[in-house]
Design a protein around this ligand. Structure first.
Ligand code: TXA
Ligand code: MG
Length: 358
């Protein structure tokens, strides 16, 4: 049985936290809110419980987990801290950024056999209370079945994990809606491994120059990758999603689909709402409010799977913050379906559509 416990950061249910923390202590799994996305967590020092996370998520064993801590004391238990970094960490944490350190004492299951470990101190008060009350760091990937969009509301985690975890703490909609930014500080130069809710330009004010690979949005299938997570298909709705360079291309594709009587949904910023005809529109938010788009992105992907549409069309957006992260998630969700022009779309669509029909 899974117990769902509802609370908010303003009104923390102490008994609920105690119950959930006891489950963590007993080696069970707990889904909990963070300011980025929901996490599915276990005691980071309980290897059996951590193995269970991989099982219920259907996660590849070579993709390591992020360890969540509630204090700097706890950080020192799990990681080797480079000289002079503590002062900076204290300014950035708690917050939506994960750092890669040399591993101190965590199992191969958590680190996927690497000699490094990813650690984050989340800002969400429910998450912090849960870690504190559990008296242990909590290893937690995003609370979604692997390859699907991360959970940004408790109902997403309920859909994926009800019956498979002891507790789901419903703390409302995630504040940011995109995962944390991951930075490797285990060696110099510091490197971005995953763009996320903390903009790199902001982090550079504290950390100095951060190296960003031009390949950050590519799904690397073979060879050496910086972060194991980069190898995998990610964040994807179950239905095919086509990514367009601009709204004009999206509109011509929508006309083609209408002429063929094919149901589709357009995932677009509110600014384009009137320009696009079509069966379904999923409004991502206003392009001038990047935080809104970021916050709605994953729930929009999940919505596409729920509504009466065969495919989704999404447009590349240029945002004044979260830009790298949003475009990274959109590019990965669309995968191979990056459209160059109408005839290219028709070709791609026909391939996808015939396999949909099989
Ligand atoms: O916002 C977040 O980061 C959320 C919440 C729950 O904290 N967690 C999250 O975890 O997104 P997950 O497992 O979905 O993503 C963790 C990423 C993966 O891309 C993984 O490969 C990378 O961090 N990672 C973990 N440990 C690593 C390590 N030692 N070296 C390089 N990359 C690592
Ligand atoms: Mg994830």
């Amino acid at each position: 049985m899974t117990r769902i416990i509802k609370m908010s950061e303003k009104r923390i249910d102490k008994k609920g936290i105690k119950y959930a923390a006891n489950q963590i202590k007993n080696g069970k799994l707990v889904v909990f809110p963070t300011e980025t996305v929901y996490g599915i967590g276990a005691n980071a020092f309980n290897e059996k419980a951590c193995k269970e996370i991989f099982k219920v998520k259907n996660r590849a064993a070579d993709n390591p987990l992020i360890v969540h801590v509630c204090s700097f004391g706890q950080l020192k238990e799990v990681a080797v801290i480079p000289d002079n970094i503590m002062v900076i960490l204290k300014r950035l944490w708690p917050g939506p950024v994960t750092f890669i350190f040399k591993n101190r004492d965590l199992s191969k299951t958590v680190t996927a056999g690497l000699n490094t470990v990813a650690v984050r101190m989340p800002r969400n008060k429910i998450a912090l209370e849960l870690i504190k009350e559990s008296d242990a760091p909590i290893a937690a990937p995003s609370a979604n079945i692997s390859t699907f969009p991360s959970a940004t509301e408790a109902k997403h985690a309920v859909a994926d994990f009800f019956g498979k975890v002891a507790v789901i703490i419903d703390g409302g909609k995630s504040a940011f809606g995109l995962e944390s930014t991951v930075i490797d500080i285990s060696k110099k130069p510091y490197r971005l491994l995953r763009p996320g809710s903390y903009d790199v330009s902001e982090l550079e004010k504290f950390l100095g120059k951060i190296y960003v690979s031009g390949k950050i949005n590519k799904t690397v299938k073979k060879g050496r990758v910086l972060s194991p997570g980069m190898k995998y298909r990610h964040y994807s709705p179950k239905k095919p999603l086509f990514l367009f360079n601009n709204i004009r291309e999206l509109i011509s594709a929508s006309r083609f689909l209408e002429s063929k009587g094919i149901k589709f949904a357009a995932l677009i910023p509110s600014e384009y709402s009137k320009k696009v005809n079509g069966n379904e529109k999923i409004i991502l938010g206003s392009e001038s409010k990047a935080s809104e788009i970021a916050r709605n992105l994953f729930s929009s992907f999940r919505k596409l799977d729920e509504i009466d549409a065969e495919i989704g069309l999404i447009v590349d957006m240029k945002l004044d913050s979260f830009d790298l992260a949003v475009r990274n998630r959109v590019a990965k969700a669309a995968g191979e379906n990056k459209v160059r022009n109408l005839s290219h779309f028709i070709r791609l669509f026909k391939e996808v559509h015939s396999s949909l029909r099989e």
